[in-house]
Design a protein around this ligand. Structure first.
Ligand code: SF4
Length: 336
């Protein structure tokens, strides 16, 4: 049963939204349009909690010397991209120990078969064969605890994450059946943006595949990436007409170009009256207009380390208070 538990935010009742942020280095436009730009639209609608998930990050091999930098960069990048700390909480997972405490409790309500069916586990354990550890296997339980510790009701996800929210509901239902319907079953808010492909046009955009466009790319670097990028293969010569539907760069145009520019590109491409060079120049200009203010904000925040750390600490303190209340209610109901 999904209890309607609403929270106060600036005098209004709002459902609580939870989302995790991987501390995996610089964010790219796939992250921005697949997640962050949607989160920004939800800031005024929900009581939003964003968690930099360092405990999840250690389930695969990582460099401990870089961890703090990556956490800091994740905070700076996301705030620069539009996660306004005045409108949401943004903190580090390991700073609120109740996440892992609840994960243990919920692991007692999770069936092994449910975990072994998870597509992400199959993919990641294959990818990191030598390090396929228990943490990677039980990752969805910690993810469920991340949501449940705040009685989160909505989780914004891409299509590849729906399976995790379904499992979270299942685990929470198992718990609620045994103990008093304490935890709301979360529902997903599906990101309206389809998968964003990388510059290679063959794989989803990913930093590890080096097919990405960073959100804070300089204009010069942006052009260096767009200029050689794959287009419709039918456009061998300037006079060959193309089909924007077969061009990966047109999918980028749809993210940042105006309706008039899209029309201009479709007409120019299909009649061969516009070359790929000019088409890429329009795309580069539009990306640059999006990225300029984000880049400036990032530059400013990188010089204001105390401010950023303060945002993380204050948010963690508010989250800890909520988490302690939930864990105490759970333990009470369980006779612990
Ligand atoms: S003109 Fe634009 S949309 Fe058409 S193939 Fe070239 S880059 Fe792609």
């Amino acid at each position: 049963m999904n209890k309607e538990i609403k929270k106060m935010k600036k005098g209004k009742y709002m459902k609580r939204l939870f989302s995790g942020i991987q501390p995996s280095g610089t964010i790219h436009i796939g992250n921005y349009f697949g997640a962050i730009s949607n989160w920004i639209k939800l800031l005024d609608k929900y009581d939003c909690i964003f968690c930099i998930v360092d405990y999840h990050a250690i389930t695969i091999p990582y460099d401990k010397e870089l961890m703090q930098k990556r956490i800091f960069d994740a905070a700076v990048d996301n705030i620069s991209a539009g996660l306004d700390p005045e409108k949401c909480k943004i903190f580090v997972q390991s700073h609120v120990s109740e996440h892992t405490e609840l994960a243990w409790i919920l692991s007692c309500f999770t069936r092994m078969g449910e975990l072994s069916r998870m597509t992400q586990y199959k993919q990641k354990s294959e990818q990191h064969k030598a390090h396929a550890n228990c943490g990677l296997f039980t990752y969805p339980i910690l993810m469920t605890a991340d949501i449940a510790i705040y009685k989160g009701e909505v989780v914004p996800v891409g299509e590849d994450q729906i399976q995790h929210v379904e499992l979270a509901r299942e685990i929470i239902r198992n718990f609620n059946t045994a103990f008093d319907d304490i935890l709301p079953e979360p529902s997903e808010i599906l990101s309206p943006t389809p998968r964003i492909m990388g510059l290679d046009a063959d794989n989803k955009m990913s930093k590890s595949l080096n097919n990405h466009i960073s959100l804070t790319e300089t204009d010069e670097d942006l052009w260096k990436k767009l200029a050689p990028a794959k287009t419709d293969t039918n456009r061998q010569r300037l006079k060959d007409p193309g089909d924007p539907a077969k061009c990966n760069l047109f999918s980028y145009h749809k993210l940042v170009s105006s309706d008039a520019e899209l029309k201009q590109v479709i007409e120019g491409c299909t009649t061969a009256s516009m070359g790929c060079f000019d088409c890429k120049k329009i795309l580069c200009k539009n990306f640059s207009e999006l990225m300029g203010p984000i880049r400036d904000k990032k530059e400013k925040l990188m010089k204001e380390k105390d401010y950023v750390l303060n945002v993380l600490n204050e948010s963690a303190s508010k989250c800890r208070k909520i988490a302690k209340e939930t864990i105490s209610e759970i333990k009470g109901a369980m006779g612990l």
